[in-house]
Design a protein around this ligand. Structure first.
Ligand SMILES: [Mn+2]
Length: 210
């Protein structure tokens, strides 16, 4: 059910559905590989239905075409492209292919969490969670001054990105070793709100062995 994929250092999956009664979703995502980084983004076009989907679609196009740009630059490009749309909430993470450094930030309320401590060699006994820094605003209408944060990923770290159609408890009770597709499907099934589009992206960092 989930859409999924992997490259040399990342395994990911997305589970999503529109609000019941709609055929298109304003919740969309991008996973784009360039030679230097992997770009992951989740977009929530304001409201739902075709106008929300159109706003989100414009952001998807901009992100795919400019995937190697820094995350702050990507949000500015999206802001310009979405000016005549409803606008969107967007959260972006860009992971360096060479050293595993991830830079991430968001505008609006697409939450992103990094769940750590799942690595077999991890020094920390208990998992910890980092949340992406989210700035207030609406991409396309009101863009605040942006500053990305960087974090060094360790093998086994799990990145979760969810629109507000997923209950905020999505970072809790996560089985850190489970396959991303299974996690994403399970979260959509258990946590999707009936009143909104819903999308969850799950990505695990670390060499993928299959
Ligand atoms: Mn929403």
């Amino acid at each position: 059910m989930a859409e999924s994929g992997a490259n040399g250092t990342l395994e990911w999956a997305v589970a999503a559905r529109p609000i019941p009664g709609e055929s298109v979703s304003g919740d969309q995502y991008v996973v784009e590989l360039t030679e230097t980084e992997t770009l992951l983004a989740v977009i929530d076009g304001l409201g739902h239905g075709p106008d929300a989907a159109a706003a989100a679609g414009k952001a998807v196009d901009v992100l795919r075409e400019n995937a190697a740009e820094p995350v702050e630059v990507l949000l500015v490009l999206c802001h310009t492209a979405l000016a005549r749309t409803r606008g969107a909430a967007i959260t972006i993470a860009s992971i360096s292919a060479s050293n595993g450094s991830m830079s991430w930030l968001g505008v609006g309320n697409v939450e992103a969490a990094l769940l750590r401590g799942a690595s077999p060699g991890s020094p920390s006994a208990s998992p910890s969670t980092d949340m992406a820094l989210l700035f207030g605003g609406i991409v396309g209408h009101q863009l605040p001054t942006l500053r990305a944060h960087a974090v060094d990923l360790q093998p086994g770290d799990l990145l979760l990105m969810a629109t507000d159609g997923i209950a905020r408890s999505f970072t809790q009770d996560v089985h850190l070793r489970a396959a991303p597709a299974r996690l994403a499907d399970g979260m959509l099934e258990r946590l999707a709100r009936p009143t909104d589009d819903a999308l969850i992206l799950v990505a695990r960092y670390g060499t993928v062995v299959s």
